[in-house]
Design a binder for this molecule. Sequence first.
Ligand SMILES: *[C@@H]1O[C@H](CO)[C@@H](O)[C@H](O)[C@H]1NC(C)=O
Ligand SMILES: *[C@@H]1O[C@H](CO)[C@@H](O)[C@H](O)[C@H]1NC(C)=O
Length: 501
Amino acid sequence: MPSAAASEPLTSNRRNRMHQSGQRRPRSDISPIEKYLKKFGYGFLVLLICGFLALGLATILWPFLENYLFQSGFLSTTTTSSSQPVLIFTSSTSIPSPTSTERPSATPSITRRPFTASSPRSTNSPTIFPCNTRIVGFYDGSSDRDVTDSQLRKLTHIVFGYIKMNSMGSLYFASYQEKEKLDNIVKRARFLKPALKVMVSIGGAIDYQHIPVVAADEGKRKYLARSIKEFIKHHKVDGVDIFWKWPTKNENREAFVLMLQEIRNVLDEISNPENPYLLTAVTPNYDWPWYRDTLDLNGVIGLVDFVNVWSVRYYGFFDSKWGAYTGPPSPLYSGLGEYENSNVDWTMKLYTCTSKQPGKVNMGVPFFGAYWKNVEGPIDAKGEMWFTAKPRTEGKFDFDGDYISWRDMEPFGWNLSSTKWHQETKTPYIWDPEKNEFLGFENPRSLKEKAQYTIDKNLGGITIWSLEMDDDGDTLLDSINTKDFCSNRRTNTINYSCDNK
Ligand SMILES: *[C@@H]1O[C@H](CO)[C@@H](O)[C@H](O)[C@H]1NC(C)=O
Ligand SMILES: *[C@@H]1O[C@H](CO)[C@@H](O)[C@H](O)[C@H]1NC(C)=O
């Protein structure tokens, strides 16, 4: 009997029985089985402690192991019910820099055709925040710099960029570190500010190539939508943004809307009414004529909660018939020659007048500048804003210049005390005639102008590209996050004269 009892698992019931029976007997009269159990109890304790130590060690070592597996392409964390992998983690090949060349149209004479609205599906999800206006901050996950708690507190939406997508519609991270960063942001956001929405952007200024492929195919669209659903569940984010730069072909026009519809369906399916999942899209400046045929703006706006308009990078070191044309990355007004519509006001007016929904339009603002070297004298009497830059090699569209983050300007030798203000574009610039260098950028003054503009025009808010470019003191973010900006009550009233385009 003792041996049989000892081989039984030690349940609490059995322990109790032993304990009770012990009380009934005098202390000295301890049976061998009780002795055994006493020993077994200590053994159990030792095992428990060992267990905890092992668990602790495993927790410490697992990330290294996971990282290793990840790097060697072994790891795929989530699978769908259909047994196809959704999150395929592959190692990153290149870190994107914000320096891709963009080419504005060189054919300004194309006539503007009125926009044909496709039947928009109203989504009207409530987007009410402590700050009634959206302050959306994109963050580049490939950056060395992390999003700070102080930045998170000042936003209504943080958008983690960029989640990659393969040609089948599967989502994956550029690197294991980026996955860790996103999970960390979600954790901190929930703790710091429950109202803050955490989103991820799929595609991006560099990795949008597979979007047209997926959008064109019904099976792939459905697969993408499922991947998004799994991603949301797995990483606990509040929604997704689609950054397709840009739909430039006629066949893209319908495909984009169908893709968004597929995603919207899935999001609606898993949303709860008080806290619906968000769908947004990054959309172009829209001043380049060909988008009118290839982007169904109303179709898109009808399906998303809001659009993040890429009203940044109007000017850069790309070619034009004059050579590179200097200017601010994001002029509020004005423009010259072929660039006469290259300004934020024109873009915002077009979006508002086309959609009739200013509240769904977020103005993009850059936390970076653009500089040119080999700059030749001003071509316009109106001021020192418009210059041309000489190509590095005669006859080639190869200009010496780059985009530069706000936080890098001083460390890289730009003397911000010599900043001048350009009244017409409402932006700052630095012109160094000795070195023949020009920098157009944003500073607190120009961002305040843009924030005021969004209030005046009842726009939905501001979208920042991107948070890691600000300085450690949040100088630029603070210039947007003013009391005025947030306390203002918004209506959906259009404050443009849409008739006289
Ligand atoms: C920066 O610019 C200001 C104003 O133009 C000038 O007084 C100052 O000497 C400049 N500083 C440097 C380091 O060049
Ligand atoms: C409309 O916009 C202009 C600036 O363009 C502004 O001065 C005016 O106050 C705005 N009107 C309303 C009603 O917000």
